[in-house]
Ligand binder design. Structure first.
Ligand SMILES: Nc1ncnc2c1ncn2[C@@H]1O[C@H](COP(=O)(O)OP(=O)(O)OP(=O)(O)O)[C@@H](O)[C@H]1O
Length: 192
């Protein structure tokens, strides 16, 4: 695009004055949701509410996947097959702030939930709110607040409880901001 010399010129497309939004749309540098709207308009005529929800969620996941930048795609393409093949892998993502780690994790979670897999998101505290469905590591693994002082802390979960059965069904456990947790909050559930 040729360098503009004024705000007025930025808004002028083909000699016509428009809004900034209209100018971007005309130049094709702005994506909108028209194709999603058209899909949904067509679907409401012939699909059940359950199918409609599935369509919109699937579209959302597909759209997010298309937006991955190469580094994010590399992570996504490495972790997803490992989960699907039940390799039992352990991945540590160490990225600079704002690099898009939450974006990739939310996509992984959505992709697995789309196929009705059960996933778990845990975090040391406030970060549990950043990822969809996040819970705190202490509440999920029923850890007591004595991690610092107790020599052999334990997860307060009975093997015969429904909570234990549920934990065994998780396909993926995302531990966000795990370096902010006490190291035993990671070690104890791992050895339980
Ligand atoms: N591939 C992408 N396409 C579009 N937007 C993206 C993409 N990746 C990240 N973003 C956006 O960039 C912003 C920062 O991304 P995100 O929150 O995932 O980064 P982060 O590494 O988790 O940040 P922090 O470490 O500070 O929590 C968000 O608004 C997110 O929606």
């Amino acid at each position: 695009m040729r360098e503009s010399t004024s705000f007025q010129e930025l808004k002028a497309v083909k000699g016509q004055q428009a809004t900034y939004w209209e100018a971007c749309e005309t130049l094709g540098i702005l994506e909108d949701d028209k194709h999603w709207d058209a899909t949904m308009e067509e679907a409401v005529l012939c699909r059940s509410p359950t199918k409609l929800r599935a369509i919109s969620f699937r579209d959302h996941v597909n759209e997010m996947e298309l937006r991955l930048v190469p580094e994010q795609r590399e992570i996504f393409n490495k972790i997803l097959p490992s989960i699907e093949n039940m390799d039992g892998g352990f991945y540590f993502l160490d990225t600079p702030g704002g690099a898009g780690e939450t974006f990739v994790l939310n996509l992984l979670l959505a992709q697995l939930r789309k196929d009705r897999n059960i996933v778990l998101v845990i975090s040391s505290g406030i970060a549990a709110m950043l990822l969809s469905g996040g819970r705190s590591v202490l509440s999920v693994f029923k850890l007591l607040l004595n991690l610092e002082t107790e020599e052999t802390p334990m997860c307060n979960i009975s093997k015969s409880s429904s909570h234990c059965t549920l934990l065994q069904q998780f396909k993926l456990i995302v531990c966000d901001e795990c370096t902010m947790s006490h190291k035993r909050a990671v070690e104890v559930p791992n050895t339980a």
